[in-house]
Design a protein around this ligand. Structure first.
Ligand code: NAD
Length: 476
């Protein structure tokens, strides 16, 4: 964790914001309006468990309501506190603006170690927390829409959606009160892996530009690049899986709570993940070296470092030792503002959190739209698209016959061409498009302004400008 000399997470976000805003020309007051967190609600509630009443503390913070609903995950972790939730809510505002998801920023958290509770106990706690938030419209399809974050997933989102719907039986859009739900409870294909998939798309887009790769001293494609991932949870696992299986990257290191695994030739991501699920950590995994002080592996030589666990892990105490020329912040706030400065001066390229992990909120946006339209993406068009493609294929094959040749189109081409897109393909296409366009908007600022030397500042400039325009347009 960060050393005492370092600012808190929220202060760190504000320092990075201030660096960017100093390069802008915003009217007095508007700058502060964009930066401050509008409101934070703290709730303490009791749940009867194991023969006694236990009190839990939860938060829901709303950073910016320039667009509504506001959006942001709910985190379950013992370290959750107001400062952290406010920092994460601010990042949500900037993230949504950057990827053009029409939401304000919010975030929630509950101080709990979910591993200490049985499933039925977690359900009781989650439903009670959801009740407390929903009755104050802090869960509401039009006002505030949570999603999963560290320590929560589809299961918790299904409980929250059900709780809201029990309390609002006539709200026809009730399912849109939360995203990241399982498919059978109103979820969308591709949401579980969306954040990790977004990390993959972000890296692919970065690797399309020679100029950008050169800034990190890298060249070529993702094939064979040595990658170290911290946190093999939802985001880290999917990012590592897709990068190794589809892009040929080598996952040389995995850092978890109980230590880190290292293998120069690359780890089997699936096997490591299964080991963690079965044994609760990486210790004892047979096909790699175990490093007991896991965080030390952040300093190992590699091409790409993916912190995908929690904030503040690259800080004043280790920033100088980081060797990776490219860091992609899959987690929120993994690099403190002090470390950011050290790394910038060293020439390390950082693909910032507000862009790198925006795949989650992007697909959440698609899920929310699906819930409001009450229809699965592709349901109306898919077969019609297939029929029109069939017409083209039939016509081509008939034409060739009349010319005396047999020009049967190749089977694999026909299979691909004739198949209409299903929901998952549409979601991936929408996500890829979003990640590409957002990257291009950042890199344009990065390359066109002499006073912008890093992608984070560029990302802030793009998103603050959008939020500021929105406040100006609607009035404060
Ligand atoms: P998760 O709970 O699924 O996984 C977190 C992983 O990190 C777990 O495997 C855990 O064991 C590991 N971990 C925890 N503490 C660690 C430590 N000190 N050292 C090493 N590993 C540690 O959480 P997640 O949903 O994958 O979220 C990870 C990060 O990504 C968070 O910063 C979160 O805010 C961010 N994020 C998540 C989403 C999403 O859709 N889930 C979207 C955007 C951003």
């Amino acid at each position: 964790m960060s050393s005492p000399k370092e600012p808190s997470f929220r202060e760190s976000v504000d320092i990075m914001f201030n660096r960017a805003v100093a390069l802008m020309d915003l009217p007095p007051g508007l700058e502060e309006k964009v930066r401050v967190c509008n409101a934070t609600y703290t709730v303490r509630f009791g749940v009867r468990l194991r023969g006694e009443i236990r009190t839990f503390t939860g938060y829901r913070s709303v950073h910016s309501e320039h667009m509504e609903p506001v959006k942001g995950g709910i985190r379950y972790a013992l370290g959750v506190n107001q400062d952290e939730v406010e920092a994460l809510a601010a990042l949500m505002t900037y993230k949504c603006a950057l990827v053009e998801a029409p939401f304000g920023g919010s975030k929630g958290g509950l101080c709990i170690d979910p591993r200490e509770y049985e499933e039925h106990e977690l359900e009781l706690i989650t439903r009670r927390f959801a009740y407390e938030l929903a009755k104050r419209d802090m869960i509401n399809p039009a006002q505030n829409v949570p999603a999963p974050d560290m320590g929560t997933g589809e299961r918790e989102m299904a409980w929250i959606a059900d709780q809201y719907q029990r309390m609002n039986t006539t709200d026809i859009n009730g399912r849109a009160c939360v995203t990241g739900k399982p498919l059978n409870a109103g979820g969308i294909s591709g949401r579980v892996e969306a954040t990790g998939r977004g990390v993959q798309y972000a890296l692919r887009e970065f690797f399309r530009y020679e100029e950008d790769k050169a800034k990190a001293g890298l060249s070529g494609t993702l094939e064979g690049k040595r990658v170290i991932v911290q946190g093999l949870g939802n985001v880290g696992y999917h990012a590592a899986k897709f990068l190794s299986e589809e892009d040929g990257a080598l996952i040389t290191g995995v850092i978890e709570r109980d230590g880190a695994l290292f293998r120069e030739e690359g780890l089997d991501v699936e096997a490591v993940r299964n080991w963690i699920i079965k044994h609760g950590g990486v210790s004892g995994y047979p096909d790699a070296n175990l490093i007991e002080d896991g965080a030390k592996l952040l300093e190992q030589d590699c091409d790409i470092l993916i912190p995908a666990a929690l904030e503040g892990v690259i800080n004043l105490s280790n920033a100088k030792e980081i060797k990776a020329p490219l860091i992609i912040e899959a987690a929120n706030g993994p690099v403190t503002s002090g470390a950011d400065e050290i790394l910038r001066n060293k020439g390390t390229v950082i693909i910032p959190d507000m862009y790198a992990n925006a795949g989650g909120v992007t697909v959440s946006y698609f899920e929310w739209v699906k819930n409001l339209s009450h229809i699965r993406f592709g349901r109306m068009q898919r077969r019609q698209e297939e029929a029109r493609h069939q017409l083209v294929v039939d016509q081509l094959e008939a034409l060739s016959d009349s010319m005396g040749n047999t020009w049967n189109l190749e089977g694999s081409f026909k299979d691909k061409y004739l198949r209409g897109a299903d929901e998952l393909e549409l979601v991936r296409s929408g996500l890829d498009d979003t990640m590409r366009i957002a990257y291009q908007s950042m890199r344009e600022v990065w390359h066109s302004r002499d006073d912008v030397t890093d992608l984070r500042t560029a990302a802030y400039l793009v998103s603050i400008d959008k939020v500021a325009r929105s406040y100006r347009a609607k009035g404060l």
